[in-house]
Design a protein around this ligand. Structure first.
Ligand code: ADP
Ligand code: ADP
Length: 224
């Protein structure tokens, strides 16, 4: 489904990813795990099309997307800080991705209602301002905004790190349920080992831009 083929990413003189090779299967929950600064976000942003590799190829569903713009890759991304628009209400935030594609108003309304229900946002919440929502609710808005474009791949960059411990536990389960409900190929970034082990089908453990360990949680657990 997704292949990083010999992908190198540099920031000026600094090589954040040296020759990354990685294959992610269709429908799996795949996690990039590692300490801050190891290159997880860089790998995710390269897949999303916000960073261009200096070498190598990104293949998605058999198509070379290395030079494709983010909107042409069939990926939806949820950022660590959610990157929602504070001056817009929930409905308009969710609709944003579609509204720019000149979708008719009635269709837009229907799609927002549908996706909101799927991520468990109530109709009343749709009229609220972003600042009136809890962190967990804001996260659902960010996920809805990513899913409304019906991407084949969902990218999640540390989506739980801004939440308190109790909520993190609940949302782990909810995120996982959502992923299996949609059957959507998911690439998840975290520095939290428990999170990775409890949620993932497979994990790549990264260090300094390289993959140090790779496998299903049980395999990694046995090896450590
Ligand atoms: P992680 O997501 O694992 O925390 P990042 O991919 O954000 O790691 O960063 C990997 C390395 O690249 C870090 O050393 C970071 O400082 C550096 N880096 C990330 N983005 C930039 C940038 N835009 N310019 C320069 N260096 C960057
Ligand atoms: P994350 O928490 O996702 O790893 P960071 O907080 O490290 O992200 O970085 C936030 C933003 O700052 C990113 O857009 C990243 O590209 C940029 N950045 C990170 N490290 C550096 C750096 N050393 N120099 C310049 N920009 C950086």
């Amino acid at each position: 489904m997704i292949t990083f083929d010999d992908v190198t990413v540099t920031y000026g003189d600094f090589t954040a990813l040296p020759q990354l090779d990685l294959t992610i299967d269709e429908g799996e929950f795949f996690t990039l795990l590692g300490p801050s600064g190891c290159g997880k976000s860089t790998a995710l942003r390269t897949l999303a099309g916000f960073v261009t590799p200096s070498r190598g190829r990104i293949i998605v569903a058999g198509r070379d997307v290395t030079r494709a713009t983010p909107d042409k890759r069939g990926v939806g991304m949820v950022f660590q800080n959610y990157a929602l628009f504070p001056s817009m209400n929930v409905r308009d935030n969710i609709a944003f991705g579609l509204a720019t594609r000149r979708t008719a108003a009635a269709e837009l309304r229907r799609r927002v209602d549908e996706i909101a229900e799927q991520v468990n946002l109530s109709p009343e919440q749709l009229d609220k301002n972003i600042s009136e929502l809890s962190g967990g609710q804001q996260q659902r808005v960010a996920i809805a905004r990513a899913l409304i474009l019906k991407p084949s791949i969902l990218l999640l960059d540390e989506p739980l790190s801004n939440l308190d411990a109790k909520l993190r536990q609940q949302l782990r389960v909810q995120l996982k349920d959502l992923q299996s409900q949609f059957g959507i190929t998911t690439v998840y970034v975290t520095h939290d080992q428990d999170e990775a082990l409890s949620m993932s089908d497979r994990i790549a453990v990264m260090n300094q831009g390289r993959i140090e360990q790779f496998g299903a949680p049980a395999e990694l657990y046995d090896a450590s």
